[in-house]
Design a protein around this ligand. Structure first.
Ligand code: HEC
Length: 489
């Protein structure tokens, strides 16, 4: 949470930025807020970003580089097009922010007055959802060698529960953020799958077993949980969630980025049980080559596109959309159309697919797709040598499969059956539990919450003050807080 003095500084910054825009930007006044709010979460010691961006010297030393990666859109990492759909946790710089960085670099990166520096946000806010009901940790640390190579390793984690439980949230906490690039959890209670996973584990001398594209064995839920750097744990709305059964196991797939010295990781999974019984269990639909009208085959040296469709029989509410292809994947475009083609519901557009930055892309509120609509999933693949990620040199024909040298056409969506009013149910990724509106987390809903909202007014990404979770800090957040004004938490 922002400290009060930061709020004042932020408010001062907003006023300054709108009144004296023409002045040369300085680090402390103009650049630091942009870097701290969009970059430093990952770019500080112990995190995945390859260099810290916390001080004037660190940022200035990388100034040209920062201009380059922000102009090209490579940083901050966020592959979906934020103009197409709003998604939880999206990261992007506004045109004004990018221009400030360009102007600052062009002016030779002036430092300015240190007293203008807003200070870094408090990144280590600890357990964001309170105390978990079940804590599961990898049975042994995984040794990630300092050979500069990436690794996709799966770890078997028995749940150990003795009765069926309703799940409200699943949180993945890597122990080593300097190497953890993503984590995905598969859920299975199928003994054949569990035994197959154990066999793979036994055959791999390291902790866990290597598996690039998936969990290496079939699982009932491939998206029981997910994490990427900087992502907030996802809490499902009341009465909507997942269940976990006795005898079940979690398969945790960790993607570790390149390291240049040996590193250890022993990731923990926190499970939060639902306080109120579930009324709707989250289901997953998987679009695969079975949804295509042509075979999934990508000839060498060609750019090809596949258009799969899914007919939605009954009304559903979508929680998240998760496209998945491998290294030759180039783009994804997903939307739903009405039977008469007069209505289109955008779902996700990823113009530049990047295998290294996958995510469970979640809507701020449930996305209603009426029965009778058709979901379209269009994926493009660049199997030429100009695709720098192409695992084959020279390019080779590719088919569907789990290995690096295979390709994938898979789109998951997590959904529940639709109930009227679902459009207004927000999926809260905000850490405030039980006391929605206590943005300043001081235990009551008062003027400090309103001030915090006003200081972030207009914020469109990773906004703490986005109380109603619609992806923007706007008048609706002020109203939401006023509705519970005076409440103690
Ligand atoms: C979610 C974590 C995250 C955020 C947020 C983030 N970065 Fe990065 N950054 C990384 C990682 C990880 C890499 C290493 C390359 C990779 O894995 O894609 C990287 C690489 C870079 C590089 C070096 C490029 C290279 O490949 O050598 C620069 C420069 C950079 N980031 C600047 C920024 C700036 C500026 C911002 C904010 C506008 C930012 N980053 C936000 C994680 C992040």
């Amino acid at each position: 949470m922002l400290k009060f003095k930061n709020i004042v500084a932020l408010a001062a910054f907003i006023i300054y930025a709108t009144t004296s825009y023409a002045q040369t930007p300085t680090f402390h006044l103009d650049v630091a807020p942009i870097i701290y709010n969009n970059c430093t979460k990952c770019h500080r010691v112990g995190e995945l970003g390859p260099m810290p961006l916390t001080t004037y010297d660190e940022v200035a030393a990388n100034g040209y580089y920062i201009e380059y990666v922000t102009q090209s859109g490579y940083m901050p990492p966020w592959t979906p097009d934020h103009n197409y759909t709003t998604l939880i946790g999206e990261r992007f710089l506004t045109e004004d922010e990018k221009q400030t960085l360009v102007d600052w670099v062009a002016a030779d990166m002036p430092e300015g007055n240190p007293s203008d520096n807003p200070g870094m946000p408090d990144f280590d806010i600890g357990l964001q959802l309170g105390n978990p009901d079940l804590v599961l940790t990898m049975s042994e640390p995984y040794l990630h060698g300092g050979d500069g190579l990436e690794q996709y390793q799966v770890f078997i984690i028995p749940t150990g529960i003795t009765e069926t439980v309703d799940i409200l949230a699943v949180e993945i906490i890597p122990s080593n953020n300097a190497i953890a690039h993503h984590g995905l959890i598969g859920y299975t209670s199928n003994s054949a799958s569990i035994n197959a996973a154990i066999a793979l584990d036994n055959a791999d001398p390291a902790a866990g077993y290597e598996s690039f594209g998936d969990y290496g064995v079939p699982v009932e839920d491939r998206l029981f949980g997910g994490w990427v750097p900087g992502s907030l744990p996802l809490m499902f709305p009341p009465t909507i969630g997942k269940i976990m059964e006795p005898g079940s196991e979690l398969l945790l797939q960790m993607h570790y980025g390149p390291a240049y010295q040996d590193e250890l990781d022993q990731t923990t999974i926190n499970i939060y049980f639902a306080d109120v019984p579930l009324e709707r269990e989250i289901e997953t639909y998987i679009v695969t080559p079975a949804n295509l009208s042509v075979p999934f085959y990508i000839p060498a040296n060609e750019i090809v596109s596949f258009h799969g469709t899914v007919y939605v029989e009954d009304d559903i509410s979508i929680i998240s959309t998760i496209p998945h292809s491998h290294l030759v994947g180039k783009s994804w475009l997903v939307f739903a159309t009405s039977p008469d083609n007069q209505d289109t519901i955008p779902m996700i557009s990823i113009p530049n697919w990047d295998f290294h930055w996958q995510g469970i892309f979640t809507y701020p509120s449930l996305l209603h797709i009426p029965g009778g609509y058709t979901v379209h999933a269009i994926a493009e693949y660049d199997n030429t040598s100009s695709n720098t990620f192409n695992p084959n040199n020279p390019p080779q024909p590719m088919w569907f499969g789990d290995f690096t040298t295979d390709e994938m056409y898979v789109l998951f969506f997590q959904f529940v059956e639709y109930l009227p009013g679902d459009e207004y149910i927000s999926i809260i990724s905000d850490p405030i539990v039980g006391c929605l509106g206590d943005v300043a987390t001081n235990g009551s809903i008062d003027i400090s919450d309103i001030l915090l909202i006003l200081s972030q007014y207009g914020c469109l990404s990773e906004c703490e003050a986005d109380v109603d979770g619609d992806g923007a800090v706007s008048i609706s957040d002020v109203l939401a807080v006023l509705a519970v004004f005076g409440e103690t938490c």
